[in-house]
Write a protein that binds this ligand. Structure first.
Ligand code: ZN
Length: 165
């Protein structure tokens, strides 16, 4: 490989920001779109496998927002591994992928729909919105067929606060 596995300073600082974990910029982008679509959700439910980033219990929908690097996405960004401590990173990312698969399986077995938004899929914004809409509508349609129409709710009591602008 010639240079594709080296972070630029800008990319490195983006990675370092992501190290801090929850509430990352990609997750905020997804939360804002969901909020705009009228969806209400909770964050990081620790009682669920893998502590999904965004949870809609009524829709049985758990959404993970994954960084391509940390979770080893099959894309250009995910294929990049730092030259220094390469073995460490390869093992670490493989472990993350293994955990993600285990958590996804456990959630599905418990009746959850598991959706993943990869960092590289945030743009174009129209495409992301369409996917989110599909997840929201797919589940709510099933719900209505099963239980009949229900009155509109103006946000669940326990939903998270609106995302910061
Ligand atoms: Zn990706």
């Amino acid at each position: 490989m010639t240079g594709t596995d080296v972070f630029t300073p800008k990319e490195r600082s983006a990675v370092m920001r992501r190290v801090k974990g929850r509430g990352t910029a990609p997750e905020l982008i997804v939360r804002r779109q969901l909020w705009a679509l009228g969806a209400r959700y909770r964050l990081n439910r620790a009682d669920l496998p893998g502590k999904p980033d965004i949870v809609m219990a009524g829709r049985r929908l758990a959404i993970f927002v994954h960084g391509c690097f940390w979770h080893g996405h099959d894309c250009a960004r995910g294929a990049r591994v730092p030259k220094a401590n390469r073995d460490y990173w390869v093992a670490k990312i493989a472990a993350n992928r293994g955990r993600d698969a285990t958590h996804g399986e456990a959630l599905r077995k418990a009746g959850w729909r598991v959706a993943v938004v990869w960092e590289c899929e945030l743009k174009p914004v129209e495409a992301l919105e369409q996917r989110l809409r599909g997840w929201l509508e797919g589940v709510s349609e099933k719900r209505e067929r099963a239980r009949g129409p229900r009155p509109l709710r103006h946000g669940a009591r326990k939903s998270a606060a609106p995302p910061p602008p």
